[in-house]
Design a protein around this ligand. Sequence first.
Ligand SMILES: Cc1ncc(COP(=O)(O)O)c(C=O)c1O
Length: 330
Amino acid sequence: MIDLGGTQPPWPTRAADRFAACLAHAARSKDLWRVPAPQGEEGLRNRIGERFGLEPADITITSGIRAAALTYSRECKHILVERPTFPGVLHALGHSRAEVQQADWKQLLHGEIPAESAVWLTSPFRNPDGATLSAADHAALEDRAAAGHRVVVNAAYAWFADALQSVNGADTLGSFHKIAGHGVRLGWVHSRSYFERAVPELLGTTPPRVWQCAWSLFLDEEEFAILAASSVTSSRDAGLAFAEQARKRLGWHCPEGPHLLLRLKPGVTEDDAVSRLRAGGYSVAKGSAFGSPEPAIRISFLGVDPEDAATFADSAQTVALLAGPIGSDR
Ligand SMILES: Cc1ncc(COP(=O)(O)O)c(C=O)c1O
């Protein structure tokens, strides 16, 4: 079975060995076990700041994007979340007293929205369709922030872009999940105000200081670059191989990115598409799981061999069931 469902590739052995050494080193520091660092380990904030061009003093370490979402769900009365989006965020936001509504980027950026709303969207490479904010979208979001809205940009896929373009006045959220896997439970928020506002969540959810220190040491090592490349480069190569073959074979113009939303041919249901692709040896996700605006499947190139990605573009099931990428016209 070729997994186009977004399963994280296994860590290269060299990277796992080096991380284990960093963790052992951090674990021997007595202070890390007994002195708290509420905003997060300074070394780690510095490394993240260097990597993404962010001010370390404005970075707070979190247990990831969904952990950071808990603060917005406690604090904000109205939260407008992009549609489509990664459903894990809706689970994290959806169990609060906040009124959570979904809308497309046009509405989030230019429509009428309640005063002092939080506006939540993902860029670069939104999961599921790979959408990335344009320069004009950045300006519209800066206007939203200036008008008193709380703009939150989920930059989980910043690792996959050459540079992170942050939005002035917005909170930018990052995560190590897409580099290291589900179990890493480590992320950050870059914001002028998040740290003070997030104290109740940080008291209970901040990742252990030893863990943070181990990551800070590991980020300086060559093996971290190997780990990041194993996710980013393989996904990019597979995406390019798919796009190239889909252009030649099907005439599609696919946006660049680690995942794509592919619309279904008329009369094909998502259940049909998923089961017929599975019978053909491909595992994919339903677009509706992400709030796709029309029947679709979501494919991810994470951990996919470029040859397999190209073969998928050629497969009989793809030709019979799929009509092309959603969002390539943005
Ligand atoms: C857009 C997006 N945000 C967040 C996450 C999860 O990040 P975290 O584990 O830090 O909550 C994912 C994982 O797939 C994602 O696609």
